[in-house]
Design a protein around this ligand. Structure first.
Ligand code: SAM
Length: 286
């Protein structure tokens, strides 16, 4: 009887986002030990390999060949060979190729193991000084203005810090749209060239960022962070808001309660009780 072949492991290995010292000892060992390394750009990764004396064979796995290359890599894993997946910088599959291969491995019951390390998203978030308890990561914004503006509208009331990637040649246009859609005063951070020689963390309003980055050509790699939207303090009391909506609209009582609850960040049922109370008082005085 032949022994069933145990599958190999796909190691998802993070590589530096700038400073070559930002690679873990485990990453170096795994990259040396696996049968083959699937890289986003083999020429780019060859420099990393030469720097660390890694001689493992490299094969390309990028956006446009990930589907077919996946068959080949999955085949090797199923034969019991362990492989590593790397991207040009940071953590694979995060705004980078890899997630398709990982999904296929999971579906096929092939072991996938992270070898964690640098990621521009987490590096920027952890050093920007914006709230970190809850955040959302949305990758790259659409490159064209109209689509970008529509995408930015999503953050008008976003209560979490938002992390975005942006290309340097689009930063100014993006900041213009940001001022337009989210207002000049929205607080933001622009993390540029993290871990590199010209590392910069700009903090200020969207308008201040636009002025700062308009002073010269924007260079380097950029993470854009949006502070959570500030809730506007309501200009009127709960009772005033209810009275206004009753006078100005034909909305049913429940809808009025819902709107006022949203404006004042209260529960709909609590506001509905106030609405009913006011209605009752009105009918007594009528
Ligand atoms: N998978 C990578 C990661 O985990 O960081 C991200 C890949 S994505 C294609 C590349 C983008 O990440 C860049 O366009 C830039 O927005 C951001 N980025 C990468 N390195 C950076 C750095 N050193 N400083 C600031 N942003 C960086």
């Amino acid at each position: 009887m032949t022994e069933p072949v145990t599958t190999g492991t796909l190691y998802v290995v993070a590589t530096p986002i700038g400073n070559l010292e930002d690679i873990t000892m485990r990453a170096l060992r795994i990259l040396k030990e696996v049968s083959m390394v699937a890289a986003e750009d083999t020429r780019h990764s060859r420099k990393l390999f030469n720097h660390f004396g890694i001689t493992t064979s490299l094969t390309s796995c990028f956006e446009h060949n990930e589907a077919q290359k996946g068959d080949y890599l999955l085949g090797l894993l199923q034969q019991g060979k362990s492989l590593a997946l790397i991207s040009d910088a940071g953590t694979p599959a995060i705004s980078d190729p890899g997630s398709l291969l990982v999904q296929r491995c999971r579906e096929a019951g092939v072991n996938v193991s992270p070898v964690p390390g640098a990621s521009a998203c987490i590096s920027a978030l952890s050093t920007a000084g914006l709230p970190t308890e809850r955040f959302c990561f949305d990758g790259f914004l659409p490159p064209k203005t109209q689509a970008r503006r529509r995408a930015l509208e999503r953050y008008l009331e976003e209560a979490r810090t938002t992390v975005l990637y942006e290309a340097p040649h689009r930063l100014l246009a993006c900041l213009c749209d940001l001022c337009e859609v989210l207002g000049n005063d929205r607080q933001i951070a622009v993390a540029r060239e993290l871990t590199k020689l010209h590392e910069e963390m700009f903090r200020g309003s969207a308008a201040e960022a636009l002025e700062h980055f308009s002073q010269g050509r924007v260079r380097g790699e950029i993470v854009l962070l949006l502070a959570p939207a500030q809730k506007q303090a309501p200009q009127e009391t709960v009772v005033e808001a209810i009275e206004r909506l009753r006078a100005e609209t034909d909305l049913p009582m429940k809808a009025i309660a819902k709107q006022v609850a949203k404006l004042h960040d209260l529960s709909g049922s609590d506001v509905y009780k106030i609405v009913l109370n006011l209605k009752e008082q009105d009918s007594v005085t009528d």
